[in-house]
Design a protein around this ligand. Sequence first.
Ligand SMILES: NC(=O)c1ccc[n+]([C@@H]2O[C@H](COP(=O)([O-])OP(=O)(O)OC[C@H]3O[C@@H](n4cnc5c(N)ncnc54)[C@H](OP(=O)(O)O)[C@@H]3O)[C@@H](O)[C@H]2O)c1
Length: 335
Amino acid sequence: MGTGLIAGILPRINEADGCVVAGVASRDRDRARAFSEKHGVDPAGACTYEELVERDDIDAVYVAIPNHLHVEWCERLLEAGKHVLCEKPLALSAAEAERACDAAERAGRVLAEGFMFMHHAQTDRLAEIARAGETPGSIIGNLLMIEADRCADLRHGPTVNTRFSHAMQGGAMSDLGCYPLAIASWITGRHAVSGRGVARITKPLAGETRGVDGSMAFAVELEGGVLVSGVCSIESDEPRAVFRLIGTWGEVSTGWAWSPDPERAEVRWRRYAAHPQGEGEGVIAVEHAGDKIVNQFARFAAAVRGEMPPAPDHGWMIGHARTMELVYESAGMAW
Ligand SMILES: NC(=O)c1ccc[n+]([C@@H]2O[C@H](COP(=O)([O-])OP(=O)(O)OC[C@H]3O[C@@H](n4cnc5c(N)ncnc54)[C@H](OP(=O)(O)O)[C@@H]3O)[C@@H](O)[C@H]2O)c1
């Protein structure tokens, strides 16, 4: 659903075990047809959003439309009996995420939020490291802090009208900052107990009265006292991706926390003098983990078949939305 930037991953969906793309939906049926042809999908399956809701030849919908439409369309699709994989962010407040999850529960259908990094073995490795504590074999000891930045220059190009639109829930946090916050809670299994954000607000787009957070600095305390801090930006000349776990005994880092290489992902580690084995450094290689996009759709299909629980689950999605809500509120923003 949607024919924008991210919907271009469509051919990868067909590569995922248990997935066959049966059609493309657009606000404009001709655009759906052209997009289908471009990506090797039968144009006979092209339809409008309204027609999509009525179709009985499909099991599931990948929702790839602007943020402000996610919950509304998830609800409609779930109520019509479709399973839904919704692009991130599912929602920017806990109440809205709950609304979508309640619809999934009422309908008895799967609803999952599309964070691809969750479907790569590097993320599993980071979770083991984050949770090991001061046990034999641990690299970092007790996790104290997570440093995570994600910045890009999105001031030009085809998505500028969605990314910089307040009405469409654009901005640095919803587009990029959600990744640092999501990976922090995913690998630790902990959600925020408090959060702060400081935003630099952009000039409103023509026809709008409010700008978005072009850049934001955030600081969050997770359950158990782990601190997460970082910056995110959609107006940064230099792309920036930083991810570091800092513990009592050492630290690990990777610039590719959200886009790990399918063939060989690397995490650098460093032991401090306080480590029982003394100082040291090296690299952990995670090989042949596969493409996170393909893995994500295969996992979603397995959840639809009832073979595995969906990832993420409802509790995580609501908790993550609450974290972003805390940060937004303290930055003087609310949606
Ligand atoms: N997981 C990732 O790595 C990743 C990467 C990029 C984006 N995303 C997420 O995916 C979603 C879509 O992002 P995108 O970059 O694909 O966005 P986009 O290119 O700006 O637009 C997506 C599509 O949404 C449809 N749409 C429906 N109502 C619209 C409206 N009122 N205004 C504009 N477009 C509308 C349009 O398709 P039709 O006109 O054909 O209906 C449009 O092409 C967002 O939630 C974003 O956060 C995720």
